[in-house]
Design a protein. Sequence first.
Length: 585
Amino acid sequence: MDALEMAPGLQAALAALPVQPGTALRKSWAEGYGAPQFRADAMAGAVVGVVALPLSMALAIASGVAPQHGLYTAIVAGFLIAALGGSRVQVSGPTAAFVVILAPIATRHGLGGLLVATVLAGLMLIAMGLARFGKLIEFVPHPVTTGFTAGIAVVIATLQVRDFFGLEVAKMPEHYPERVAALFHALPTAHLSDVVVGGLTLAVLLLWPQATRQVPAPLVALPLAIVAAALIQKLAPGLHAATIADRFAYDVGGVMAPGIPRLPPMPGLPWNFPGGDGQPLGLDFALIRDLSPSAFAIAMLGAIESLLSAVVADGMTGHKHDPDAELFAQGVGNLVGPFLGGFAATGAIARTATSIRSGALTPVAAMLHALVVLAAVVLLAPLLGMLPMAALAALLLVVAWNMSEAKHFAHTLRAAPRADVIVLLLCFGLTVVFDMVVSVTVGVLLASLLFMKRMAEVSGVRLVEPEEHPRGERLPRGVVLYEVAGPLFFGAAQKAMSALETVNPGVRVVLLDLRAVPAMDATAIVNLESAFERLHRNDVLVVLGGVQPQPLRAMARAGWRGRKGRLAIYRSWDKAVGEVRQAFA
């Protein structure tokens, strides 16, 4: 029996769902999966798993929690999302984009609040997948995503200054201006050993890809950082570069041990983890209400980034992902992960690209990457604890630079329309000064208003003069023709219908040409009805011709078909014109 063959009952249950979980894995298996494919996936999984180790720890630290929780995120969410997702080669785990959302949550509500917010975000992502919102995420305006992505990069880079220079800052302030001030005042406390290790790591990360891309730069830079830190301490005993083991500890039977635990992810209720005061968080409605806006931001950003990463993967492999299955899988990963100590996860573009370049063919590669991370936690935890904090900061500085896409940001500022530039700069500034919740909310709202304005500019109604009538044939006396162009949405409907507010005396019929109206919404229906009522009071019949399918369905739901003598609706434009000529000739 095929390893992925399902019982008929399970097949029927899956078929009844709006989305089909695991489409990528099942398609890969159906095409034939054997030893050659497994060898390619195993090699890719091993490479990207080793790359994910330091990144996962660094992103956990940047988010305000212990490094092992980043590893647990890569293990649990990385495995589940790959198994259930709609992209063949996407690798999921903690990403830099989440840092600006997660760090404030961890500051206010501790690890427990971070995990609860991730659970809420997971439920939202599952709902998005079941509602088939995969395609809708593509409509988030480009200036919004570019603006908040560049803003995230600035915030991440700023957060790394403390560890890169070894600054002594008791507690980082929550807001960006205060963070910059605190770092500036702490500059005299910089440690030479941290600067040397951080600078060496940064140099290798930047220069190594110019020599070769066969071996990822972090695989070279971070072991060198461990060696450099050990040599500095041996040659100059008074100097010491801070490591993960110096900064973090874990509880073993009531005794605190340095570094990260040599344990797999252990089950636990998210709300039983420590809150902002170090005590178990607890769960109540007030907490859910406080965390819901941040959870929504996590869900939206996770949806956008995962689908963007899937599109990049499609371009590199030639395959096509299932966006709804991917959203559903992202939701499941974020829902289950917090019960095993993981926090927010999404598709990681850089790790996905690394996996593809290393030969990944199917979701098995990403599943194996999660198992590689698990094996490293169990077998190599003491070695991971030796990683210098300055080296991890250097790694995230490179991530932030790549994430910012500075050249693209500058090009958009030069070439984009002024309104898009305003949205871009506003999202960038709000992300840096405030947070992602404010940035995404304001950015999408402003972009929507600009969309309405542009729709109003391209939609309209104009009176067609007799000499412009089709085929040079004049309409009967008392019949006027109006041409309606463009979609009639809430931003354009009122402006378009204003042309029908006044009709000359003696007009008996108003013929509306709707062939160029692909869609209309409830606002258009209301505005059309208001115009029709004014015309009916003057005994003017309204005839709609060339009505397309979506507007026709909207009119049917509004009950327009039962208005004989006052309104006539025709799908065919020629039939509408013929009926008008015949009745009023």
